[in-house]
Design a protein around this ligand. Structure first.
Ligand SMILES: Nc1ncnc2c1ncn2[C@@H]1O[C@H](COP(=O)(O)OP(=O)(O)OP(=O)(O)O)[C@@H](O)[C@H]1O
Ligand SMILES: [Mg+2]
Length: 607
């Protein structure tokens, strides 16, 4: 558990903390005006009960002269008007102080979310392998909202109304210490008692609520992503049950928390009356001069009327803070993630003129028992085509991810013309690469924006776009079959396109920036034979001008390569051209025979 004050300093930047401190005088002002509002009733009631005070009390005599009134009645009228004016001022001040406080608090919603998201984005790729995607959505959206409304806001209220309550109690104390202790001690004591007895319960409720909330998000994210299989297998009810179970726990815990926060208020309405009568009886017994007790009783009634809501705000804030400690802890932890922005991506490109050398490369995934790559040593000559082949789980994707600089080597190194790939050189290297992943991600925008990913429509170079689309053999389809051509929207995750079309858009995307190195991970797996041939022709056309590294699952693609690298169990089991490997390499021969390297003529076309 992080210390509470530490958490606040994590939640707010030093600049925001300074602004928060600047708000303190505003809150002291609020306490002062609220107390003044309570106090003014006393002289008013005193004069009403005892008109002689305009002569006997020096303060009231001075007020009388100042008011310019001729008689007692007129003085009372002017006094009433004065009290009303003061109340107008108090209300205006209260409104402005609330605005300043709540504006500051609510603006933190976006500033904390921004810092959190930036932190996530600056984590290495590996970080995302170990996190459920819903956890990130949840913390940036709902947890930040929750912490703003249930940590920062209660904290602000606690300080603001704590000061008000203290100032009112101080006023009561200066007027009549014994009665003040009775009232302050009675009301404050009840709050403290309820809070202390519910403290642990509230913490547990908060943790259970947080866990259930995670469950809700996870179920929904999975449901949206896997709707095809859920429907096919009739898993609707099972997902519904999972959601409902988490949702019920969540609501139930929230209900417990809400009830505890309101408990003392119900008790207090009863006890406040008792306390007031107690004070009244005490005052009457102590002194039977009504002209003295009436103003005091008036003061206590008004003080109680202001004090209970103020103490209630403080108490509510304390309970809410206790429930919120779980999401607060989670956000603070993620705000502390050392997320460093990568080196700025300039125009510079690091591309091989001679070779890419991979030396003794090894890699193990976090929490994995075995290495996914072992001692991989390989030389890729610039501007040649290399195919990686191997059975499933052989380490092809892992090797590609290391080449892309997404995963850091556990051992060994990669050099491009002798330049070591590290933090400093990776941005320039990544700028030189076009990458077609196994799963192509589409955003729900136009075809053009999807190909030129990351650019605004007005920034897109239409000539380059068309060239890339032609090379990926998708241009004709786009202009002939889509209603709005390049401006056609693809739908969420490309639901309006077939698997092969999505794949070709992915290839066009990789080619749009005219990369020196093209990396494809099973990019041709969803293409039909004719389309595949066209894509293969495009890749062949790049021979001699681009370095192409592709993960091949088919004979036809593998045959296209200058060099074939056979992988097994994270190691290289052979390197050579197709005919040599087919004749001499046992692993390769096995792959071909087992159909792991499929002959397109025999492949049943899918998706
Ligand atoms: N995120 C991960 N965490 C732990 N282990 C992983 C992870 N990703 C892959 N692996 C393991 O690393 C090994 C290599 O996987 P990789 O994805 O590189 O295989 P591949 O050759 O691309 O297979 P395929 O042809 O099926 O795509 C496998 O044993 C796999 O289980
Ligand atoms: Mg793979």
């Amino acid at each position: 558990m992080l210390d509470k004050y530490k958490k606040l300093s994590i939640l707010l930047t030093p600049k925001e903390l300074r602004t928060a401190i600047l708000l303190l005088p505003v809150l002291f002002g609020l306490a002062a005006v609220e107390t003044a509002g309570v106090f003014v009733f006393m002289p008013f009631l005193a004069v009403a009960a005892n008109p002689d005070l305009t002569v006997h009390s020096p303060l009231i005599a001075a007020l009388f002269r100042f008011s310019g009134a001729d008689n007692h009645q007129e003085f009372m009228l002017r006094l009433a008007a004065g009290v009303f004016l003061l109340y107008m001022f108090i209300s205006t001040y209260r409104a402005l102080a609330h605005y300043a406080l709540y504006r500051f608090i609510n603006m933190r919603r976006s500033s904390i979310a921004k810092r959190l998201l930036a932190n996530y984005l600056h984590q290495p790729y590996q970080f995302f392998l170990g996190r459920h995607s819903a956890a990130i959505t949840k913390s940036v959206l709902t947890d930040v909202d929750y912490v703003t409304s249930n940590v920062l806001k209660p904290l602000g209220n606690m300080i603001a109304y704590g000061l008000v309550a203290l100032a009112i109690i101080a006023l009561l104390f200066s007027v009549h210490p014994v009665a003040a202790l009775m009232m302050g001690g009675g009301i404050g004591g009840i709050y403290a008692l309820v809070y202390l007895s519910a403290h642990t319960l509230l913490g547990n409720v908060g943790r259970e609520r947080q866990k259930a909330n995670q469950g809700r998000f996870k179920t929904l994210t999975e449901l949206v992503g896997g709707i095809k299989e859920i429907k096919l297998r009739g898993l609707e009810d099972s997902y519904l049950d999972r959601f409902i179970s988490a949702s019920r726990t969540y609501s139930n815990r929230q209900a417990v928390a809400d009830s505890i926060s309101n408990l003392p208020r119900i008790l207090l309405e009863l006890l406040a009356m008792a306390a007031l009568f107690g004070v009244a009886i005490y005052l009457v017994m102590e002194d039977d001069d009504f002209t003295k007790t009436i103003p005091l009783l008036g003061l206590y009634a008004v003080a109680g009327y202001r004090l209970i809501p103020a103490l209630h705000q403080v108490y509510r804030a304390a309970t809410t803070l206790q429930v919120a400690s779980a999401p607060l802890e989670a956000i603070c932890r993620d705000l502390l993630l050392a997320g460093k922005a990568g080196a700025a991506r300039g125009e510079q490109r690091l591309f091989p003129a001679e070779r890419i050398s991979i030396n003794g490369l090894g890699f193990r995934y976090a929490k994995a028992k075995q290495d996914a790559l072992r001692e991989v040593t390989l030389d890729i000559s610039a501007n040649t085509t290399v195919a990686l082949v191997g059975g499933t789980g052989a380490g092809k994707t892992t090797l590609v991810d290391l080449l892309l600089g997404l995963l850091p080597p556990t051992r060994g190194e990669i050099r491009v013309d002798g330049v070591l790939l590290d933090k400093a050189t990776l941005p320039a290297w990544q700028s030189a690469i076009g990458y077609v992943p196994q799963q192509i991600f589409l955003s729900d925008t136009s075809i053009a924006e999807n190909i030129a990913l990351g650019l605004k429509p007005e920034e897109i170079d239409m000539a380059a776009l068309e060239q890339a689309a032609r090379a990926a053999n998708i241009h004709d389809f786009i202009v002939q079959e889509l209603a709005d051509g390049y401006r056609t929207k693809v739908g969420e995750r490309g639901v309006r396109l077939s698997g092969g079309q999505i794949q070709r858009i992915g290839i066009a995307r990789a080619l749009y920036r005219d990369p020196a190195v093209l990396v494809m991970d099973e990019a041709t797996s969803a293409l039909d034979t004719v389309t595949e041939q066209a894509v293969i022709a495009a890749i062949r056309a790049m021979k001699g001008s681009k370095t192409v590294i592709l993960v091949a699952h088919r004979l036809s693609t593998a045959m296209l390569a200058d060099t074939i690298v056979v992988m097994r169990n994270g190691e290289i089991a052979g390197t050579g051209d197709f005919s040599t490997l087919a004749a001499e390499n046992e692993v390769f021969g096995e792959l071909v025979r087992a159909g792991q390297i499929a002959n397109p003529e025999q492949t049943v076309e899918g998706s």
